[in-house]
Design a protein around this ligand. Structure first.
Ligand SMILES: N[C@@H](CCC(=O)N[C@@H](CS)C(=O)NCC(=O)O)C(=O)O
Length: 214
């Protein structure tokens, strides 16, 4: 058995954060497929009792530890391995600030937007989609501005804030109906820099379940 197991599925940008981190640090890890769409696995009593009471993926298993929330998983892996770890106390807080912003307002809106557009039946109500799109545009503009002055969110080196913030941003433009790297040049260049890191892989190549069975 691999050192780490990650409950995940290919369409989950939330899980991609953890899968990408594991790959970038060269960890010995294996995915455990979560049947999110057809099986509704995260909503089952068994999943909530045995895997995650929050009813979410990703979940990382490392020996006796079972962790959920991608921000917690990234923090744990950075602290455990020393890789992509904020270096000072100020950087640690700054990293946490961006991870929370990301979870709430950037990928926190982008993930549900993509879900409602591609996978939900019926698809998202137009008013809901318009609300989410406005929030997404505002958050992308904030990230793009931040990346105008430095190659990575915290400066010269990539850390777990970058790995969190790119969660859904490598999925195809057709899945959003708008092209994020093309419309936000600094984000596009930053995504290319992350993509050039050894161990980078696309979410559809890194996690099981593509194409989805709906
Ligand atoms: N903030 C969480 C979000 C996790 C999350 O919402 N995951 C989705 C899959 S992409 C999920 O399991 N949703 C189930 C639900 O909300 O009921 C994280 O970053 O881990």
């Amino acid at each position: 058995m691999a050192e780490y197991q990650l409950y995940c599925f290919a369409q989950s940008g939330n899980a991609y954060r953890a899968a990408l981190m594991l790959n970038l640090i060269g960890a010995d890890w294996q995915p455990i497929y979560v049947d999110f769409f057809r099986g509704g696995e995260t909503r089952t009593p068994k999943y909530r009792a045995e895997v995650n009471e929050l009813g979410e993926a990703p979940v990382l298993v490392h020996g006796a530890k079972k962790l959920s929330q991608s921000g917690v998983i990234l923090t744990y892996l950075a602290e455990h391995t020393g890789r992509f770890k904020p270096q000072t106390d100020d950087d640690r807080l700054e990293t946490l600030r961006w991870i929370i912003f990301d979870n709430q307002k950037l990928n926190g809106f982008l993930g549900p937007y993509r879900f409602l557009k591609n996978f939900a039946r019926p698809a998202g109500d137009p008013a809901v989609m318009a609300f989410l799109k406005a929030r997404i545009d505002a958050s992308l503009a904030i990230l793009d501005k931040r990346l105008a002055s430095a190659p990575f969110v915290l400066g010269k080196e990539p850390n777990i804030a970058d790995i969190s913030l790119c969660a859904y941003l490598y999925y195809p433009a057709e899945e959003f109906g708008f092209d994020i790297p093309a419309q936000h040049k600094n984000i596009g260049a930053w995504l290319d820099r992350i993509k050039a890191l050894p161990g980078w892989a696309h979410p559809y190549d890194l996690m099981p379940g593509y194409p989805p069975v709906l």
